[in-house]
Each structure stands twice: as structure tokens, then as C-alpha cells.
Design a protein around this ligand. Structure first.
Ligand SMILES: O=c1ccn([C@@H]2O[C@H](COP(=O)(O)O)[C@@H](O)[C@H]2O)c(=O)[nH]1
Length: 285
């Protein structure tokens, strides 16, 4: 599909969430999961793992989120496996968020943008996760390329791990927390976009009262909120509802191991994803 023909990512994601529920399933081929699925811990194993998840869940969940780290740990062949998984997802018509968490000075960010967001790149997904800790403005090349091609970005804001607080809760001389500042800059980029902008944030479902504590206005972001931490990290319906409050309709809950542990049987994966999607829908309606 050419860039001109592709609707904005935010609109495509909103439609997919309406159709399938607010759930993204991560493709995280951990060594332990590969063993449990009877696959080798090598590039062929992660490729087969990813292809099976795509085959089982395309058309049944709003998005899939391959975790680049588990492919990269197998070197160039692992990266080629990620390319194959992304190609299969593209062919199956399921949205992909490449969880790569890239961040660098602007001129290098342009390289990452070309890798993960350019038409024709074998590593391109529909969106990519980015780290704003070299300054939100350093992400501009990715935000611009994403917007031009109908793709999206998800910027780390309040991550699901407890260590994130030391950076994300820090308050600057203007009295604004790092997290709130990131959210405000995302809101500026999404201004006027309906029904959802294409600049999303990552806000873990495990963060407790961090949204309030940091003064982060998630509703004003106007973009999707990718919420990892569901399932294996302990968050469920109660946490999703409590963390996101009035911003709940923007939330795309994300679970990897919580669903993947039900594999390799496609029926098991589908049942686990359907259960997680139903829980997310109930929590976020
Ligand atoms: O704040 C964050 C940002 C990203 N992640 C990623 O999501 C999945 C979570 O996997 P589970 O098996 O569901 O715990 C993983 O790829 C993380 O790198 C996150 O957990 N928290």
C-alpha cells in the first residue's frame, strides 16, 4: 500500500480496537517460551514462534507487538526472522507495533525512522516504540516520517517497571514532571486528530497512582495509550480501570507472556487472547 493510500495510524488503530477489543498481544519469544513450545532457541525458532502467533491471532486482536530484543539476540538471522514475522503480519492485515524503544540524537533518529517507519523497509511496522530521554524534540524525524506514511509512534511516558519512576517522576524547575512534559508534547502533535492521534504514549498498567502523582494529563494527549503490564507483570481489570480513569477509551492493553503461555496450540492462544481482550474491554468501557 502506498503512503498516500494509508489512513492515519490513529484512525486505523481506533477501528481495530472497535472491531477486536482494546488488546495488543506481544510477540516475545523468550528462551523459556521457545522451550515450552518445542522450538529451538535460535533464529529459526523465533521465526517459527512469531509466524505461529501471527497465524493464530491475525484478525482476532487489535494489534501485535513483536519485541525486537528477542529477535536481535540471534544476530542478523534473528533480525531477518523479525522481518519475516512483520511481512506475515502485513500480509494478514493485522496492525503491528515494533517494540524497539529507540532513541538518539535527531540525525541518528532519522536512521531509526527509515528502518522502522519507511515504506518498503523490511523492518517497518505500523508503529514503533521510542524513548524520549534524549529530549522529546529528538524524536521529530520519526514523528514526521510516521505522519507522512500513515504510521504511528509510541513514546515512553510512565513505564511499567518500578525503576522508571526515578526518571519519569522527576520534576523540573518549572514544576512539571518529566512524564507530564512528554504527555503535553504528544498532545501538541496530536492536536485536531480524530478519533485518535497517531502519537501514542506507553503507560504501564502497573503504575498505580503515577498518573495523578506526576500530574500527567492522559486524556489531553488525544492519542493511543499502550498499556503493557497486563498478565505476567500482575495488572488486570482493576489496575487498568484505576490507572487510566477518564482516559480509558484511549487505552490499548498489552499482554505478552500472559497470552503466549497458552501456546503453541492456536486454539489455546486464541482463547487466551479472547479472554484478555474481554477483560480489557470490561475494564476500559
Ligand atoms: O513500560 C513498558 C514498556 C514496554 N514493555 C514491554 O512489553 C512487554 C511485556 O511483556 P509481558 O510478558 O506481558 O510482561 C515486553 O516486551 C516489554 O519489553 C513493558 O513491559 N513495559
Amino acid at each position: 500500500m502506498t503512503a498516500g493510500a494509508r489512513a492515519p495510524f490513529g484512525a486505523r488503530l481506533a477501528a481495530a480496537m472497535d472491531d477486536h477489543g482494546p488488546l495488543c498481544v506481544g510477540i516475545d519469544p523468550h528462551a523459556a517460551l521457545l522451550a515450552a513450545w518445542g522450538l529451538a532457541d535460535d533464529a529459526a525458532g523465533v521465526r517459527e514462534f512469531g509466524l505461529r502467533v501471527v497465524e493464530a491471532l491475525a484478525g482476532r486482536v487489535a494489534a501485535l507487538k513483536p519485541q525486537a530484543a528477542f529477535f536481535e539476540r540471534h544476530g542478523s538471522r534473528g533480525v531477518a526472522a523479525l522481518e519475516d514475522v512483520l511481512a506475515a503480519a502485513r500480509a494478514a492485515g493485522v496492525l503491528t507495533i515494533v517494540d524497539a524503544k529507540r532513541g538518539d540524537i535527531g540525525s541518528t533518529m532519522a536512521g531509526y525512522a527509515d528502518a522502522f517507519l519507511a515504506d518498503g523497509s523490511p523492518l517497518a511496522g505500523d508503529a514503533v516504540t521510542l524513548s524520549p530521554y534524549l529530549g522529546f524534540g529528538s524524536l521529530a524525524p520519526a514523528a514526521e516520517l510516521a505522519a507522512a506514511g500513515g504510521r504511528g509512534i509510541f513514546v515512553l511516558c510512565l513505564t511499567s517497571n518500578p525503576e522508571g519512576r526515578e526518571v519519569q517522576h522527576a520534576v523540573g524547575p518549572d514544576g512539571v514532571s518529566v512524564a507530564a512534559g512528554i504527555a503535553a508534547q504528544a498532545a501538541t502533535l496530536n492536536a485536531g486528530a480524530e478519533p485518535l492521534g497517531s502519537v501514542g504514549l506507553v503507560v504501564g498498567a502497573t503504575v498505580g497512582d503515577a498518573v495523578r502523582a506526576t500530574g500527567t494529563d492522559l486524556e489531553a494527549v488525544g492519542g493511543p495509550l499502550l498499556a503493557p503490564g497486563v498478565g505476567a507483570q500482575g495488572a488486570g481489570e482493576r489496575e487498568l480501570a484505576a490507572v487510566f480513569g477518564a482516559a480509558r477509551r484511549q487505552v490499548l492493553a498489552s499482554s505478552s507472556r500472559g497470552v503466549l503461555a497458552a501456546g503453541p496450540d492456536a486454539g489455546g492462544l486464541r482463547a487466551a487472547a479472547a479472554g484478555a481482550a474481554a477483560e480489557a474491554r470490561a475494564a476500559l468501557r
